[in-house]
Design a protein around this ligand. Structure first.
Ligand code: NAP
Ligand code: COA
Length: 260
């Protein structure tokens, strides 16, 4: 289990927004295994219930859409009232689908920006008064934030904005003891994101070959970096955009890969 032997989050409260499936659930499971009291949130009540059951005793779940600020704020208030302030916040709710720019409706572009970028602002804005000091905030970004990719104009724009939110808040909130960082997962095997972006075996192979480390990642690869950033070991890391991506962010996706 990721980080179990290395990190101890006993007595700490960790909240993962979008933590009910895929990479973010893997992150939540790693913090739970390290002893943290967990909170998770996403849109679908059934996914929230299943995640809470997995995360064990004391875990709390909230069903909301990050596009609704009032619901995001109410959940943080309820979490603090029940278990106390948040020591580590992970913000990773996102939506993605491949679409050429001219095949993307204005509402399709807006939907991804609303969830990934404005949703991140909602989460940061609402969580601020519920964070413990010192506290650690981790935004889940993507290689699209630093590498232009075909058929990903909406995600590239949104995730680049997420990384700017990270940097702005690291500056604004550093003096009060909050660290803010972005984590960039590479292509993570078996996730919704990869199933959408590389649905065929040919595409999967092309993705693997395009990663400098020549393999896709696992949720644990990303979770271990989050444990580090959430822990005292990361105490002087703030405003950083850090990859758990096998180097994929500097190599990037190629047009032929996305079209194979
Ligand atoms: P995933 O399983 O679909 O995870 C997305 C999570 O966000 C789910 O818990 C989903 O639950 C929730 N969510 C989606 N829209 C929401 C909304 N409007 N409001 C609240 N919650 C919402 O996808 P994943 O592939 O593991 O991706 C997780 C994160 O990693 C994302 O931030 C993604 O951009 C990033 N990432 C993924 C990869 C990859 O290889 N998969 C690579 C780089 C970065 P509900 O459906 O219940 O809302
Ligand atoms: N290609 C082009 N446009 C698409 C699309 C696709 N594959 N999928 C959705 N859209 C468009 C829709 O047509 C719609 O635009 P329109 O009103 O002009 O027709 C717009 O996007 C919104 O779609 P809708 O289904 O109403 O949005 P939603 O808010 O219910 O869902 C999404 C948001 C579209 C991002 C959906 O894919 C989702 O819920 N994703 C979460 C899971 C996920 O993406 N995981 C991977 C994370 S990296």
């Amino acid at each position: 289990m990721a980080g179990k032997a290395t990190f101890d989050f006993t007595g700490k409260n960790v909240f993962v927004v979008g933590g009910t499936s895929g990479i973010n659930l893997g992150i939540a499971e790693a913090f739970a295994a390290a002893g943290a009291r967990m909170g998770v949130a996403s849109r679908k009540q059934d996914k929230v219930d299943a995640a809470v059951a997995k995360l064990g005793e004391g875990a709390l779940g909230y069903a909301y859409d990050v596009r609704n600020y009032d619901d995001v704020a109410a959940a943080f208030a309820a979490f603090e009232e029940t278990v106390g302030k948040i020591d580590v916040l992970v913000s990773g709710a996102a939506g993605n689908f491949p679409a050429p720019a001219v095949g993307l409706s204005p509402n399709g572009f807006k939907s991804v920006v609303d969830i990934d970028l404005i949703g991140t602002f909602h989460v940061m804005r609402a969580a601020h008064k519920h964070m413990a000091r010192p506290g650690s905030i981790i935004n889940i970004s993507a290689p699209q934030a630093v590498q232009a990719m075909p058929f990903q104009i909406h995600v590239c724009a949104a995730k680049a904005g997420v990384d700017m939110i990270t940097k702005c808040l690291a500056i604004e909130w550093g003096a009060e003891g909050l660290r803010v960082n972005s984590v960039i997962p590479g292509p993570i095997d078996g996730t919704e994101g990869m199933e959408r972006l590389a649905p065929t075996e040919k595409m999967r192979t092309a993705v693997e070959k395009s990663v400098p480390m020549q393999r896709m990642g696992t949720p644990d690869d990303v979770a271990d970096l989050c444990l580090f950033l959430g822990s005292d070991a990361g105490r002087y890391v703030s405003g950083s955009i850090v990859g758990a991506d096998g180097g994929w962010s500097i190599a990037g996706a190629r047009l032929d890969m996305m079209m194979s």
